[in-house]
Design a protein around this ligand. Structure first.
Ligand SMILES: [Mn+2]
Length: 385
C-alpha cells in the first residue's frame, strides 16, 4: 500500500491592503492575522508529519508585498522541512518582475510556472502538474498539455481558476469538473475561490484567513491522505481551521423601534456572543423609522471593537395623517384600515384583556405597513424569523 500525506492550501494573500476601515493600525493587524494563519498551516505540516505542502495560487499580493514579508516567507517556508509546491495565481502571476523568478527561494520550494509546469518527485512518488497564471488574467487552459498519469506515482494537478461557473467571463481560467476528471489524476489541488468547494478529490480550500465581509464562516486548509492498494487511489480529507478572525455581516430592521435605546438593544441582541476582538461586524439598519439615526453616535458604543460599523439604510416612516387625504388607492387603503383599527380599539376599551382583539390590532398594523410598502415600492420584504 502506497500512501501520501500532504497539506493543501491556497489564497493566503500575504500583504493584502485591507482598506475597509481606513486606519493603518487596523490594516497592519489584519496583515499580521494572515501571517498567523499561514504559520498555523506550517504548524499542521510539521505536527501531522505531512510529506508535502501545496499552495495553489495567490500566496501573496504582487502589487503590495513588502520585501520584509518576503524575508519572513523565506524563513517560514524553510521551516516547513518538506517540499513546498507553489503555483502562481491571479494576484501573484508569473510576470517578468515576479518574486517567483527573481528571488532566492529556499531549496525545498518548487514553483510550477508556465515555463516549468511539470515536477516529478521520486520520493515520495509524486507526479505534479501546475496550471497557474503568468498574467493578471488567463483564459481557458489547454488540458492537452497535461501529461498522462504515471503508473505507481500519485498524480496531482494544481490549478488556480474558476471551477464550474462563470463560463461567459473568461478572465480567470474557467474550468469544469468534468474536464478535470477526464485527466484521471488522483487529486486536483485548486485555488481561487475564497470559500470551500469540495467534490471528492477536487478541492478548493478557500482563504486561510477571511479577507472581507463577503467571506463569512470557517476558514482554513485541508490535510489530505492518498492511499493506493495497487489498483485504486482512496482520498481522505480533513479540514482544519487557521483563521484568527471572522466576518459577520448583519441586517437589522428597526421598523417599530420607538427610541434610539431600543435600536441599541436590538443591535446588542443580534451581536450577542460575538467577541470584540475576534469578530469583525457590520450592521446595516433598514426599515422605516421616524428616529433620527446618527451612525456615528451609535458606533461610539462599539468603539472598543476592532471593527464594528453601523450603516443607516432606513427610509422615512409613513405619514398616515397626510396619506389618509391622498385621493389615490393609497388614501382609500389607509382610511379603510384605520376605520377597522378604530373599531377594534373601541372593542378593546370595553374588554381590555381580550388577547384576540390585541392580536387583531397587531395584524391590522402589519397589514397597513405591508400594504403601503407594496403600493409605494411595488414589493415587500418580510423581515420576520
Ligand atoms: Mn485569491
Amino acid at each position: 500500500m502506497r500512501t501520501l500525506k500532504f497539506v493543501h492550501c491556497a489564497d493566503i494573500h500575504l500583504d493584502a491592503p485591507f482598506r475597509e476601515q481606513g486606519s493603518e493600525k487596523y490594516s497592519e493587524t489584519r496583515r499580521e492575522d494572515i501571517k498567523k494563519a499561514f504559520l498555523n498551516i506550517i504548524k499542521e505540516v510539521r505536527e501531522s508529519n505531512a510529506d508535502l505542502l501545496l499552495i495553489s495560487g495567490d500566496l501573496y499580493e504582487h502589487q503590495y508585498i513588502a520585501r520584509r514579508t518576503m524575508d519572513w516567507l523565506h524563513m517560514v517556508l524553510s521551516e516547513a522541512k518538506v517540499p513546498v509546491i507553489l503555483l502562481p495565481g491571479n494576484h501573484d502571476p508569473y510576470l517578468r518582475n515576479s518574486w517567483y523568478r527573481a528571488w532566492d527561494w529556499p531549496s525545498n520550494v518548487h514553483i510550477l510556472s508556465n515555463e516549468n509546469p511539470h515536477l516529478i518527485l521520486d520520493k515520495p512518488g509524486v507526479n505534479l502538474y501546475g496550471i497557474g497564471f503568468s498574467a493578471f488574467k488567463e483564459v481557458k487552459p489547454d488540458f492537452s498539455l497535461v501529461p498522462e498519469p504515471m503508473k505507481d506515482y500519485f498524480n496531482m494537478l494544481m490549478l488556480h481558476g474558476t471551477l464550474d461557473m462563470d463560463f461567459t467571463q473568461h478572465d480567470y481560467m474557467p474550468v469544469a469538473s468534468s474536464e478535470l476528471k477526464a485527466l484521471n489524476y488522483d487529486y486536483y489541488a485548486l485555488g481561487h475561490f475564497h470559500s470551500i468547494k469540495q467534490d471528492y478529490n477536487i478541492i478548493n480550500p478557500g482563504s486561510p484567513e477571511p479577507l472581507g465581509f463577503d467571506e463569512p464562516g470557517a476558514h482554513g486548509a485541508f490535510f489530505v491522505t492518498l492511499s493506493n492498494d495497487g489498483e485504486k487511489t482512496q482520498v481522505e480529507t480533513r479540514f482544519f481551521e487557521t483563521a484568527t478572525r471572522a466576518y459577520h455581516d448583519k441586517t437589522l430592521d428597526i421598523t417599530g423601534c420607538k427610541t434610539l435605546d431600543e435600536v441599541r438593544i436590538r443591535i446588542l441582541e443580534i451581536t450577542e456572543g460575538l467577541d470584540s476582538q475576534r469578530d469583525l461586524v457590520r450592521v446595516t439598519l433598514k426599515g422605516r423609522t421616524e428616529l433620527n439615526i446618527d451612525p456615528k453616535t451609535l458606533n461610539q458604543m462599539f468603539s472598543h471593537w476592532l471593527y464594528f460599523k453601523i450603516r443607516d439604510n432606513t427610509g422615512a416612516a409613513f405619514d398616515l395623517d397626510s396619506l389618509e387625504k391622498d385621493p389615490s388607492l393609497k388614501g382609500a387603503f389607509v382610511r379603510e384600515i384605520r376605520k377597522r383599527l378604530d373599531n377594534l380599539e373601541k372593542e378593546l376599551n370595553a374588554d381590555p384583556d381580550n388577547e384576540e382583539i390585541k392580536m387583531g390590532i397587531e395584524r391590522l398594523n402589519l397589514a397597513l405597513f405591508f400594504g403601503l410598502e407594496a403600493l409605494k415600492s411595488g414589493k415587500i420584504e418580510w423581515w420576520g424569523e
